[in-house]
Design a protein around this ligand. Structure first.
Ligand code: NOJ
Length: 727
């Protein structure tokens, strides 16, 4: 019996109830005493009426339920168990936005691989990751879960994450099915408010929001989850044009489409379906295979079928895709292989080490006046203050369902471990959100006793992620008053202040950046946060993270991103009638790509070869990088392009590459970045790709600040024309 025939025979034998069961995913919570499944779920599994579960982990619990499906249901079809394995599972890595700051595809893949291994050992077969929604709006809390502001970066992350989660062979016991989400254009929700309506141009959709999903599909992603949102009035869960036509027909995606939580029922709230049956019909017609938590397929499709609104062939096609995925995952042949054996202590210890090194590399050193960092050996007494100084459970960030907060390392513990000879003084001062300021004087007293002050500020973990939009993406509660008081006191005493920001988004804190001696973005770094921070503060690791989102000076600058078009009146301070604010500069406080290290890098001698290129050519961009600083450090160099004259106005900078080089003090090296000329094509007037001859600027440097980029050019040639000249 070959694989297809097994599936076809099953479909032939299945009742409607059993078919709809395969299209249904239900949440299973678990308590200490064992699985507690919503309502009638245990019976429903036995009846074949639930084929997929989420929110369940632990090999024992998973296998117990799997056994019900395999041994007690009529056809013995295995359950698919899915979980939000977003940035780690039990061992937590930095939130995705923080991990994006690594600009390291191997590391992106490796953490995904390790998270999958750990989740697979817990019986899970599908990860609701990677989240690929480009975000240019720090108000949107889900910025924390994604790749940041740039589509090209998002595409690189997509490929690496899918490879990491799925490996080469989905049927391997440590591989999970990846779910690229949330398809698509969820990031530009109106005013940064989660779940709000989205209305963007078709060009923006294709240029900015689709590329990461196309990359995930190219990497073989097993499943895709439509966003909760609508695009110009069409909810993604019912979007025939974007799901069935674009995803399936054009991009050739033949995997599973799994709805978001209750999203099919929410088609009624969107105002496009009057009842559950209509909602189910719309979703099925659009190509949604699995209904997560709405029970719309189970309850709504029988009537739709009877009324002729959907066909059995449409239902069968969805069932076929679900069963095919289960088969690819090896669930039919080895339903208990995931979670068959506990992981070794050594494997878990290695993973913690990885979590520590990745967390250290995700930290972005935003400011370091007078090289106050790394802390000088003369710093013997350190004040570690602020509401996030001793907050290990917050370090996990917004997606840490299986995380083990008791094992998280906070800043205080990390510094105490790293500096056993130093005296570490601690007080919180204020809470993250609370109004009580009575603890501030205690911290001011510590300032007098300490050689340096580490201020741990920011958001609580649950202030970013889903349903966590903020109109004021700055320091909550009384933290500003607290930080200001500490900075004033420290300045009076001549003590340096290092501010560490915990956040799932860029925060709008220009006043802090101006006044603190050093500022670090620590995002939410995961289980090893405190150790990683200690590694950077003490200098055992030179920071190398680069921000994947622009940091605004003012909330009014949002949305803010480097890939803007020039417009007809680009900013120019000598002319009033230009595109600019009266009260703040246009530029962000920190541009995309910004991040300091303990080295001091200078770039020179940009070389672009060959000077002319046709669509199939590879352009090589070389640049010399010198470390003029006193410490070994790693530099990230970005490659941007700008097509100055094209039939459609192009963004002022487009990211097309990045590279890293580690250099000893005084060392110079050459970095080579490859640019396939085909990447310089763009969507023309009709939204079809065009490769237009002409001059392209090649801009290379440390961040998306044009004034800091070396500029070269390449001439693009139409395929039939010989080079104009050769040198
Ligand atoms: C809703 C979220 O939007 C999605 O990202 C997540 O995977 C599901 N809930 C399942 O928890």
């Amino acid at each position: 019996m070959d694989h297809m025939s097994r599936i076809e025979m099953l479909i032939r034998d299945m009742t409607l109830v059993e078919k709809l069961g395969q299209l249904t995913m239900t949440a299973a919570g678990y308590a200490v005493t064992g699985p507690v499944i919503a309502g009638d779920s245990t019976d429903a599994i036995k009846a074949g009426a639930i084929g997929n579960l989420l929110n369940l982990f632990g090999a024992g619990h998973v296998h117990e339920l799997q056994r019900l499906a395999i041994e007690e249901s009529r056809l013995g079809i295995p359950l698919l168990i899915a979980f939000d394995v977003i940035h780690g599972h039990r061992t937590l890595f930095p939130v995705p936005l923080g991990e994006a700051a690594l600009f390291d595809p191997d590391a992106w893949a490796l953490t995904a691989r390790e998270a999958s291994r750990e989740a697979a050992a817990d019986g899970i077969a599908m990860a609701f990751a990677p989240m690929l929604d480009v975000s240019r709006d720090p108000r949107w809390g889900r910025s924390a879960e994604g790749p940041g502001e740039d589509p090209w970066l998002g595409a690189q992350i997509a490929g690496a994450k899918v490879r990491g989660i799925q490996g080469d062979d989905l049927s391997a016991g440590e591989a999970l099915a990846a779910v690229a989400k949330h398809y698509c254009a969820y990031g530009p929700v109106t005013a940064g408010r989660d779940y709000a309506s989205v209305d963007i141009s078709e060009r923006c959709l294709h240029e900015v929001h689709l590329p990461p999903f196309a990359a995930a599909i190219a990497a073989g992603v097993a499943a895709i989850m439509p966003a909760f949102t609508d695009l110009a009035g069409i909810p993604m869960t019912a979007h025939v044009g974007l799901l069935r036509r674009l995803l399936r027909d054009q991009l050739g995606f033949d995997g599973v489409i799994v709805s978001d939580y209750n999203a099919i029922a929410e088609l009624m709230r969107h105002g496009v379906a009057a009842n559950l049956s209509q909602a189910a019909t719309l979703a099925l017609k659009a190509g949604v295979d699995i209904d997560m938590m709405a029970n719309a397929y189970r309850l709504g499709l029988p009537a739709a079928l009877q009324a002729g609104a959907v066909t059995m062939a449409e239902i069968d096609a969805a069932v076929r895709r679900v069963l095919t995925l289960k088969e690819r995952l090896g669930l039919f042949d080895q339903p208990y292989q995931r979670g068959a054996a506990p992981e070794s202590g050594a494997a878990r210890a290695d993973r913690r080490r990885l979590a520590r090194s990745v967390a250290a590399r995700a930290i972005v050193l935003l400011k370091n006046a007078n090289d106050v960092l790394p802390l000088a050996p003369s710093v013997r007494r350190l004040a570690v203050a602020g509401p996030l100084a001793d907050a290990p459970s917050e370090m996990g960030g917004p997606w840490s369902l299986a995380g083990e907060p008791a094992t998280h390392v906070g800043v205080l513990a990390g510094l105490r471990a790293a500096l056993p000879e130093s005296e570490i003084l601690h007080a919180s001062g204020v809470g993250i959100l609370a109004d009580d300021v009575s603890g501030i004087p205690q911290v001011l007293d510590l300032c007098a006793a300490a050689d340096a002050i580490i201020l741990c500020l920011g958001e609580a973990a649950d202030m970013s992620g889903e349903a966590a939009s903020r109109a004021h993406p700055d320091l909550p509660g009384q933290q500003r008053a607290f930080a200001q008081a500490v900075i004033d006191r420290a300045r009076m005493l001549g003590k340096p202040v290092v501010a560490i920001l915990f956040c799932g988004r860029p925060l709008v804190v220009p006043w802090l950046v101006e006044q603190a001696d050093a500022v670090l973005a620590a995002w939410f770094l995961g289980s090893e946060a405190g150790n990683a921070i200690a590694d950077v503060l003490t200098g055992s690791v030179s920071p190398s993270g680069r921000t994947p989102m622009s940091w605004p000076r003012a909330t009014g600058q949002i949305p803010i991103f480097f890939g803007q078009r020039p417009g007809g009146r680009p900013a120019d301070s000598s002319d009033h009638f230009r595109s600019r604010y009266l009260d703040v500069p246009n530029e962000p406080l920190f541009p995309f790509g910004h991040g300091l290290s303990y080295g001091r890098f200078a770039l020179s001698k940009l070389r672009v070869t060959p000077p002319h290129a046709r669509q199939g050519d590879l352009i090589e961009v070389r640049v010399d990088v010198a470390n003029d600083g006193a410490r070994i450090a790693q530099e990230t160099v970005f490659l941007f392009t700008h097509d100055r004259i094209a039939t459609v106005a192009r963004p002022l900078l487009e990211l097309k590459g990045f590279g890293k080089i580690e250099l000893q003090p005084g060392e110079t090296g050459t970095l080579t970045l490859s640019l396939p000329a085909s990447e310089l094509s763009f969507l023309g007037l009709d939204l079809q790709p065009v490769f237009e001859p002409g001059e392209i600027e090649i801009l290379v440097g440390p961040c998306a600040d044009r004034s800091r980029l070396l500029v070269g050019t390449v001439q693009l040639l139409a395929d039939d024309r010989p080079p104009v000249c050769s040198s």
